[in-house]
Design a protein around this ligand. Sequence first.
Ligand code: EPU
Length: 444
Amino acid sequence: MAEAANTIKSLNGSALLEKFVIKGGKPLHGSVRISGAKNAAVAILPAVLLAQSPCVIENLPEISDVNCILKVMEALGAKVKMLSPSSVEIDPTNINSFVVTKEMAEGMRASSYFLGALLGRLNRARVAPPGGCDFGVRPIDQHIKGFEALGATVSIENSMVDARAQKLSGSSIYLDVVSVGATINIMLAAARVRGLTIIENAAREPHIVDLANFLNSMGANIMGAGTSIIKIRGVEQLHGTTYSIIPDQIEAGTYMVAAAATLGDVMVENVTPKHLESIIAKLVETGAEVEEFDEAVHVKMTKRPKKCNVKTLPHPGFPTDMQPQMAVLLTIAEGTSLVREGVWDSRFRYVEQLKFMGAKIEVDGKLAVVNGVEKLKGAPVKAVDLRAGAAMIIAGLVAEGITEVTEIGHIDRGYEHIAEKFRALGADICRVETDNVKAAIKNA
Ligand code: EPU
């Protein structure tokens, strides 16, 4: 508690110089507690800027994306006080800037939420385009379409997205693609705008419902979140509130798949089982025994997994953010599985790394054909992005011998204390400095 007070930790820098070393082959056993949802946190924190008085946000995950956002909020003039490692008090009363520079936004996708939040608060935002994971083109045309429908003028100047308005007013927006980011950004921009805003073909992810619940707890009037039509009746002011973030669906899914892949027996605690339905359905198809409780899910696998086909889709479909982890399970399944990516253009960059471990996968555009092998072999691999990094850890836990995962800064963006949590389940995984760093320290 004392250690956390008033500090925003920097996790990203150090993690670039570290790697995970995993000795595979041990089934996972025991229980793991899931943290607050990253993708809810990165929307709810910028939403605090819309309030006229301080907010307390609880069940925050301790991850570098959250630290990054809190630093941006401080730079914009918010007062940020850590109350514990997982709760923060933010006073947005004196926001005095509408600019989020490239340096401030680097490495996180969610910087774009400052566009909606600052536009909603100040009628002006200038924000560097988002960084984050590389899945090919990551357009924001639907966000811009939404802002323009509300009455903003949006331009790209010196690689910054500039949005400004004399006055915003409610409008109807049909999203041409189901976009989580555009749905959230329009909700942020519209919450305090006079009139009724309707988002059609809205995304339905659990974190969209969480953001709506948070905004409503500040006095907003948002209906329909979780369906494909969201109605936002603008209110003049939003007040401070205390709010606890939902559990992380993808972190939970990652431990569930890891339990099944290692032929383990794990209780995944502090989850919302309803958010995990598509993941549970696929695990059951592979032969896992899954039992649901009020706030926990028990996953047990006693034999080699069976093949199964997976297609990623927006919620309530199978989440794209679970695709790499599930593919690892299928690399050791009996038979041939088909994995189709239905959300991103390019989300199979990790396959090359899995092949170093003996996986037999062929990729053709958005389809991966996974021919199950009996065993994976440990190898040096890279975390090419956040979820791919989690998948490499699962592969390492399953494989015979030693796996080293480098570029783990990606993993620290979205998984709280991942090595500690896996170690508590009996895994042999540790975080060490990379050899380059050791050599540099020795020669200094
Ligand atoms: N798209 C457009 N135009 C837009 C916006 C999106 O064409 O203006 C397309 C994208 O190219 C993509 C699809 O729509 O093909 C879906 O993109 P979406 O906007 O839903 O993605 P996002 O908001 O950028 C969030 C998550 C991602 C997750 C996707 C899909 C956050 C911070 N990120 O991204 O999470 O993969 O939704 O569910 O919420 C992760 O956590 O590892 C991660 C990458």
